[in-house]
Design a protein around this ligand. Structure first.
Ligand code: ZN
Length: 297
């Protein structure tokens, strides 16, 4: 684990997200869990050396942030935004999260495969929420404060965890640090607003969802990249390109690598990012006017 401040720890060099924790005078708060089973168990055991785990907060519902919850369930209180709770390990036609999580097992220690139960047992014991909230919530744990801020954009239930005493914010995937951004399930406009909200905080350390810890200035880098993506697709639409032509033209693969262990997904990410933005920018507008009554200027 990397020690960001005397009380803040994170792990930025394993496959999956950056699982993190904060040590307080009354136990520990964990933010996101490792996707790989052996890493989840290792983290849990390491954290418990510092004291009981008072809360586990997940910053989003994507598998790389929640799959390891299974190995924490029953040993802590799990806190989720409603948007995380509603989507937690829900199977969609295009993605089965359990299958997707198992795809990563060959990159884990061989013991990892033995830690994962059968699907039914996993779903019966997975780390769903003990507390569900809407909006923001603040948790006081010993001598530390955890402002859990709803910062939708990357996902609808996205949260950032701000610990003012440490001048640290855990952004989850609102920040992809020096690795490529996944935006296919996102609302980019909301995401930029989320970055603005985080920018208003008194912070020195930004612990991202993926990649190395950054200073506050990195928020501008993430904003610029989102705007570049959106603008490039908007220009393609203005030029009259089809969806396929847009995907062929708009590609930022050379900008950042994919995070650890998922290098093979670069093509998929680029195509899905461009396709999702194209769909959004060409969708029929939701505002309709009766034919007899043109909109007033
Ligand atoms: Zn992630």
């Amino acid at each position: 684990m990397q020690r960001v401040t005397p009380h803040v720890f994170t792990s930025t060099e394993i496959r999956g997200c950056n699982p993190s924790y904060v040590v307080t005078s009354a136990g520990v708060v964990v933010i996101d869990t490792p996707q790989l089973p052996t890493k989840a168990v290792e983290l849990r055991d390491a954290v418990e050396q510092h004291g009981a785990i008072q809360y586990l907060i997940n910053t989003e519902h994507h598998v790389d942030h929640i799959f390891g919850n299974y190995w924490f369930k029953g040993r802590t209180t799990i806190v989720h935004h409603q948007g995380v709770h509603e989507r937690f390990m829900t199977v969609f036609p295009e993605l089965d999260p359990f299958e997707y999580a198992l795809e990563a097992l060959p990159t884990d220690d061989p013991a990892g495969a033995e830690l994962v139960p059968e699907r039914e047992a996993y779903y019966a014991g997975m780390g769903t929420a003990d507390i569900v909230f809407t909006g923001d919530v603040t948790l006081k744990v010993g001598d530390r404060t955890f402002h859990v801020l709803h910062t939708p954009g990357h996902t609808p239930g996205q949260v950032a965890v701000y610990v003012p005493e440490e001048r640290t914010v855990f952004t989850g995937d609102t920040i992809f640090s020096e690795c490529t951004t996944w935006l296919m399930t996102s609302d980019v406009d909301q995401w930029i607003a989320a970055l603005e909200r985080i920018r208003a905080l008194d912070i020195e350390f930004v612990v991202p969802g993926h990649g190395p810890v950054q200073p506050k200035s990195y928020l501008a880098r993430q904003r610029a990249f989102l705007l570049e993506w959106k603008t490039a697709v908007a220009v393609a639409v203005a030029d009259g390109l089809t969806r396929e032509e847009t995907i062929a033209r708009v590609n930022f693969a050379s900008r950042y690598p994919v995070d650890i262990g998922q290098e093979y997904m670069m093509g998929y990410i680029q195509e899905r990012n461009a396709g999702a933005l194209y769909d959004k920018l060409t969708a029929p507008t939701s505002t309709t006017y009766p034919a007899s009554e043109p909109p007033k200027r």
